[in-house]
Design a protein around this ligand. Structure first.
Ligand SMILES: Nc1ncnc2c1ncn2[C@@H]1O[C@H](COP(=O)(O)OP(=O)(O)OP(=O)(O)O)[C@@H](O)[C@H]1O
Length: 586
């Protein structure tokens, strides 16, 4: 259904392409990628482009300066430095590839299994990882070199195993953080196999950080390989940058420039891998389009005609547009939304799933998800445009002036703390109440929202109460600081039908008693009929109709509204409409 909101300002590019493009737009990322690409091409084409045989010795070219035949001169054994440098790229990159391949394959596989299944597998992998991290790498490498022989690639494979914990921990933590997400549960419920869920849903989440880790490990591997070869652990017949460094160092006083070339190659390649990792990280963190800004829509539609500065109006939203980055563009999920909320009024926002109801509510609260931005328009609360407020001022407004009741009561209570503590904390900080005052008020509020034994709920942890009780607790928390506006985002969706009716009754009673304004986000016309004075109907990010609830039910203007109403009316009778108490219509 959310596909219906398709105010895309451009076609969606695959995420990987977007990341690559964004990294290449970063000057350092582009330069680093260019250097790495050159080194890789040199390594691949080494036999074709090397002017000499890198192992051929010419006795009269020992430590010789450059000439037409040996363009960078000869090394301490009379071999062509340029050809050895070119072949060295191949052998050095192969070593790095072995390290990255071994460490990432083992680490990611263990991390996916440990993070996804947790339990015993996770414990065993964690022990192994801790054990590997405790080993002194250089001593292990020296010992294995003695056992396995002169090939540096064996040492690189062992080094890869030693670097496995880095990949394991990264993957495990990322997987653990998404393991219980609802979309993973949904995939499980829909019958997908674990391996399919891991490869299709979970691996996608961990891919970008792994790219960073691979780049960093490649740089480290090159340095370690060069270090081992410099210590003489490599095969002297195989041209590598580390081996060249050792040879040049031995002849430092005779031909100092022989050290420069491998030194330069190592530094440039390692720096490029590190810079590439930084560029990927910056791109991921930025998470904002770097391209053109969207032009302001020249003809925004105003759906609610009241003057924004009328004293009766507590909230005035004007020409609101909310967008999320999509490649180098903004994808607008809410656009041209205008409405007012009067003091003491209950405004319903209805529409099908994905129509932008929650995004409108989150924009008012200043709680858009990462990357979400108010692109245009204003949100005036008691005359002040809250979109212009800094973080601290916005934070101060939430809870004290504008409160929020969420859809999922359980996931909005911290399982580590007792209900009472969670209720008292905001009252102590926002209202400045003492501990005793906050406790008394919390108990009073718990009674007020209809909980039969306030003290027991006060002393309970969230898992010890039902969903309906949790929603009452959250409503108590929302009204605890006497807000002027309450935003309730589908507050009854997660509850069973009997409890739904009780919660709606509670909200209605509290609203009339406290005189708050309420924005009720819902897709349920029954809730609208029960509670709301006026209704805004949203479709594909826009408000298509706004009217007094009675008028909207009796004479809906838009076909979309009629369609939504007919969906309700076909199956079940809408609940009896309660005449609005505050002014309706425009
Ligand atoms: N974090 C996000 N990043 C990108 N797009 C998002 C994000 N959150 C929501 N959207 C998009 O915004 C659009 C509107 O979502 P919104 O949650 O406001 O819908 P809704 O009308 O409240 O639906 P529902 O009743 O299902 O909650 C959807 O198309 C959704 O894909």
């Amino acid at each position: 259904m959310s596909d219906l909101v398709n105010n895309d300002t451009g076609r969606r590019a695959p995420a990987r392409q977007t990341l690559i493009r964004a990294v290449l737009r970063n000057p350092l990322g582009a330069a680093a990628s260019f250097v790495i690409l050159c080194v890789v091409l040199i390594a691949i084409l080494a036999p074709l482009i090397a002017p000499q045989d890198p192992t051929a010795v010419q006795i009269f070219k020992v430590n010789a300066p450059w000439d037409a035949e040996f363009l960078l001169g000869g090394d301490g054994s009379g071999r062509d430095i340029l050809s050895r440098l070119i072949f060295g790229a191949r052998n050095t990159l192969l070593g790095a590839l072995i390290v990255v391949g071994v460490s990432s394959t083992l680490g990611v596989a263990a991390g996916l299994i440990g993070g996804y299944y947790a339990g015993r597998a996770d414990t065993v992998f964690s022990w192994v990882a801790d054990g590997l991290m405790a080993l002194p790498a250089i001593i292990v490498l020296l010992a294995f070199h003695q056992v396995l022989g002169s090939s540096i690639y064996y040492s690189m494979a062992v080094f890869g195993i030693l670097l496995t914990p880095g990949f394991f921990r990264l993957t495990r933590n990322l997987v653990a953080s998404v393991r219980n997400e609802l979309y993973i549960d949904a995939a499980r419920v829909s019958g997908l196999s674990d391996s399919r869920i891991i490869f299709r849903h979970v691996l996608k989440t961990v891919r970008p950080p792994l790219v960073i880790q691979v780049s960093i490990v490649a740089g480290i591997a090159i340095i370690i390989q060069a270090g081992l070869e410099f210590l003489g652990l490599g095969d002297s017949q195989v041209p590598t940058w580390g081996g060249m460094l050792q040879d040049g160092f031995a002849n430092l006083y005779v031909a100092p420039e022989a050290v420069w070339w491998p030194g330069l190659a190592i530094s440039l390649t390692v720096a490029s891998f590190v810079l590439l990792a930084n560029a990927v990280r910056d791109t991921l963190q930025q998470n904002q389009p770097t391209g053109r800004k969207l032009a302001v829509d020249p003809s925004p539609v105003s759906q609610d005609g009241d003057a924004a500065d009328s004293a009766d109006i507590i909230l005035s939203v004007r020409d609101l547009a909310v967008g999320y980055p999509d490649g180098d563009r903004w994808r607008e999920v809410v656009r041209d939304v205008s409405f007012n909320v009067r003091r003491g009024e209950i405004l319903g926002i209805v529409g099908e799933s994905g129509s932008g109801k929650s995004q409108t509510a989150f924009a008012i609260l200043g709680l858009l998800a990462s990357g979400g931005t108010v692109l245009r328009g204003s949100i005036r609360f008691e005359g002040r445009d809250v979109t212009k407020l800094d973080f601290a001022a916005r934070h101060a407004l939430r809870g004290s002036q504008i409160a929020y009741v969420p859809q999922e009561p359980m996931s909005n209570l911290d399982p580590s703390f007792k209900i009472g503590f969670q209720l008292m904390e905001p009252m102590r900080t926002v209202l400045g109440l003492s501990k005793a005052q906050a406790r008394a008020r919390a108990l009073e509020l718990l009674g007020h929202v209809g909980l039969p034994n306030p003290l027991r709920t006060f002393n309970a942890y969230p898992h010890q109460i039902s969903g309906g009780m949790a929603q009452r607790v959250l409503i108590a928390g929302a009204i605890s600081c006497n807000p002027k506006l309450l935003i309730a985002d589908e507050p009854t969706t997660a509850l069973d039908v009997t409890v739904q009716a009780e919660i709606l009754k509670l909200l209605r009673n509290l609203q009339s008693e406290l005189g708050m304004s309420v924005i009720m986000v819902t897709h349920n016309f029954g809730v609208v009929a029960d509670l709301c004075d006026r209704v805004a109907v949203m479709q594909q990010g826009r408000i298509v109709e706004i009217n007094a609830a009675g008028t909207l039910f009796a004479t809906p203007e838009q076909d979309y509204t009629k369609m939504l109403l007919s969906c309700v009316l076909e199956d079940s009778p809408v609940r009896a409409y309660v005449a609005p108490t505050a002014g309706g219509g425009n």
